[in-house]
Design a protein around this ligand. Sequence first.
Ligand SMILES: *[C@@H]1O[C@H](CO)[C@@H](O)[C@H](O)[C@H]1NC(C)=O
Ligand SMILES: *[C@@H]1O[C@H](CO)[C@@H](O)[C@H](O)[C@H]1NC(C)=O
Ligand SMILES: *[C@@H]1O[C@H](CO)[C@@H](O)[C@H](O)[C@H]1NC(C)=O
Ligand SMILES: *[C@@H]1O[C@H](CO)[C@@H](O)[C@H](O)[C@H]1NC(C)=O
Ligand SMILES: *[C@@H]1O[C@H](CO)[C@@H](O)[C@H](O)[C@H]1NC(C)=O
Ligand SMILES: *[C@@H]1O[C@H](CO)[C@@H](O)[C@H](O)[C@H]1NC(C)=O
Length: 820
Amino acid sequence: MKMIDMVFKFAIFLSFGLLVSANADVYIVIMEGEPVITYRGGVGGFAATASESGEKIDITSETVKSYSLHLEKQHDALLEALFEAGTYKKLYSYHYLINGFAIHTSPEQAEALRWVPRVKYVEKDMKMKRLTTHTPKFLGLTTAVWPNDGGCNRAGEDIVIGFVDSGIYPEHPSFSTRHSAPYGPVPGYRGKCEIDPVTKWDYCNGKIVGAQHFAAAAIAAGQFNPAIDFASPLDGDGHGSHTASIAAGNNGIPVKLYGHEFGKASGMAPRARIAVYKALYRNFGGFVTDVVAAIEQAVKDGVDILSLSVGPNSPPTTTRTTFLNPFDATLLSAVKAGVFVAQAAGNGGPFPKTMVSYSPWIASVAAAVDDRQYKNYLTLGNGKILPGLGLSPASHGNRSFNLVAARDVVLDSSVLKYSPSDCQTPDVLNKNMVEGSILLCGYSFNFIVGSASVKKVSETAKRLGAVGFVLAVESVTPGTKFDPVPVGIPGIVITDVSKTMELVDYYNSSTKRDWIGRATHFRATGTIGDGLRPVLYMSAPQVALFSSRGPDVKDFSMQDADVLKPDILAPGSLIWAAWSPNGTDDPNYTGEGFAMVSGTSMAAPHIAGIAALIKQKHPRWSPAAIKSALMTSASTLDKVGRPLLAQQYSGTETLRIVKATPFDYGSGAVNPRAALDPGLILDAGYEDYVRFLCSTPGIDHREISNYTKVACNASSLQRPADLNSPSIAIAHLHGIQTFTRTLTNVAETETYVITSRMSPEVALEVEPPAMTLLPGASRKIYATLTVRSVTGSYSFGEILMKGSRGHKVRIPVVAMGFHR
Ligand SMILES: *[C@@H]1O[C@H](CO)[C@@H](O)[C@H](O)[C@H]1NC(C)=O
Ligand SMILES: *[C@@H]1O[C@H](CO)[C@@H](O)[C@H](O)[C@H]1NC(C)=O
Ligand SMILES: *[C@@H]1O[C@H](CO)[C@@H](O)[C@H](O)[C@H]1NC(C)=O
Ligand SMILES: *[C@@H]1O[C@H](CO)[C@@H](O)[C@H](O)[C@H]1NC(C)=O
Ligand SMILES: *[C@@H]1O[C@H](CO)[C@@H](O)[C@H](O)[C@H]1NC(C)=O
Ligand SMILES: *[C@@H]1O[C@H](CO)[C@@H](O)[C@H](O)[C@H]1NC(C)=O
């Protein structure tokens, strides 16, 4: 208690101890001069620090240390020369991936910075948001992938996955080392673990190898509350523990809530190490400057993979191109350092152009509904059966119990202001009348804003001695999403308004009332079915309704980019994984150790974990090669071999299932087994991404050189779609155009037969029709696209390479014809 108090006072001291003006904001400032990752020497006598693309830099070397210090001193000298002490606070110096700093200061001083010759770019900080088991088995990991690599005991060994998220609950069984073979030190990783200021926990345990928190911007903005956000890596939300356990949680951890086991949870790479970089907080999400600081630290520490379940609230407003916002620019440097980045696509679906992950160097992950659904039924005394959601046991022995509506048992009409019918507290209801019955509650707006929860309904029913509860939805705002919530006593949520009406009619006609309308005899009865067993569902995976959709946009005017996004589809709906009991964000799971939640946030760590398996098997592969392996081997068919479907809204706001396109799933649903042995890869490196940027129409070349320090050459300019990526996207196809892709054989000698198909408005022809590649050899293929008819919409197709040894390599193609 005392310690929490002190932390709180410390924070207040920080924000009041400064003279920074009241209207101060946090700004990110980018400086001229190269960061460590690209510095090639020649400035002020400092030796080069840059490495070959993809090589880790030795950050302990004297040259790196002295150059970093040099940049940091420059930042401080600049600020000291310009501003009076105390009128600003430098929050971070960035010197590893980008050269710049974060500063808390007045808008006037920020404006003044813009005019300083060595300052390239000043932008007000933006907020970022979280893009809020059974899956390893569904993905075929347990039977097809792990055993080949020494089983789950070795899956992901020595690979470090960095999580920029809301922290971790280190005591969770998913992260415990009590029952695992000892973990040695990880070669090449040198992150550190903070010691918890309150509990004195050391977050490091061998499995967790790094744990730090970044909150300078959140504190400066006055949004950080140490009592619930915790000034430590402790997860005050749940989200961070969830994503970490999806990628790298221990294998076979029983998911237990309320005495029921909902199966066993496992990470994709259960032996991978976890490095936590907390930069997201409970209510507000996070700030770009904190997130960028976290990413810098992660890359500097030497993580192999970054899992990012975070994205901007909206496309950036001040950079002309989406690809060079400070976040994506930092990630470009991370990829240069050899780090594979998986980022959540966003939860803005099902509408087009809702991606918050833009750049080709990032793997942007869409979310799928997998094959498990929880359904339940309420059987009424009149024989009607009402479907609903209920993750609970059945009411005892299939017996019928009286239904008692909360509004009929309110103790005192003066409490009506507490809206007693949503059953959030037992104190206002008459226990004598509810005991032994099923309590009938109403779903109100309070559930949508988060001040009411299903968990509290179940607690109320339990406290009143009810045998169960029904939560009935009488009206819904369009787009309301209902997820089954596990509860400790029989319970069901009736989400279909017409079914609620049937229930209310039956209840009203069966309940006897006195002359002033008070209920005297409850004669309506009901039975709640068993909702604990999942229904396995054939048409899976399916693109989830909320998953953000392409096309990708290249600038703030929302012009389509020649980049296919999302890149890949992974499970992201109703995912069971670890939760932090200290998390207070989702009232349905407060205090629990597991939660079942949905979002592209849950899809990204699936890809991060599978990438760890690929990296383990192929340690020298570049981030682009790993991304290529994941994409070219992905499947466009569901588990029974039919084309993938996507959830969409119909005109009447009910769910509609339509045939999915690459704008829903990128190259398709991840297939881990095939991704570990893709046959061919399409590789690309830092210089290729810079050339891609240089060729992007409308981009300011100075903007590129300000970030990448590479000059665009007029002669080397190609088209953005010439980037050697495992997809082809052409937003404006004119007449006939040919695109090249270079494929490298990463298997034995193999002969590939190349075919293609495309919807008829655009013709797609690929040369050569067949090729034989020796191990390690590369070959070019040429894809020629011809506009046949102009329709104003995209055409979809694919290039398929079938190898004589069984490899299948697929490249999705999307194009919109402009004129013939
Ligand atoms: C309840 O009813 C279901 C379906 O009629 C049946 O399968 C189940 O065994 C019953 N349970 C008990 C405890 O009687
Ligand atoms: C809790 O669950 C209910 C039922 O699915 C849902 O309507 C509500 O939005 C959930 N609360 C939160 C904060 O997610
Ligand atoms: C059911 O009865 C209650 C209380 O008498 C009344 O307020 C409500 O309108 C009735 N609903 C229906 C659908 O008849
Ligand atoms: C976090 O939750 C655990 C388990 O409920 C509890 O023991 C611990 O005191 C909590 N930590 C803080 C800082 O609230
Ligand atoms: C890039 O740097 C140049 C000076 O080298 C500056 O004039 C220009 O405004 C910067 N451009 C952008 C888009 O930041
Ligand atoms: C421009 O040309 C130089 C010298 O040939 C080369 O080093 C550099 O990588 C080129 N830049 C781009 C973007 O192609």
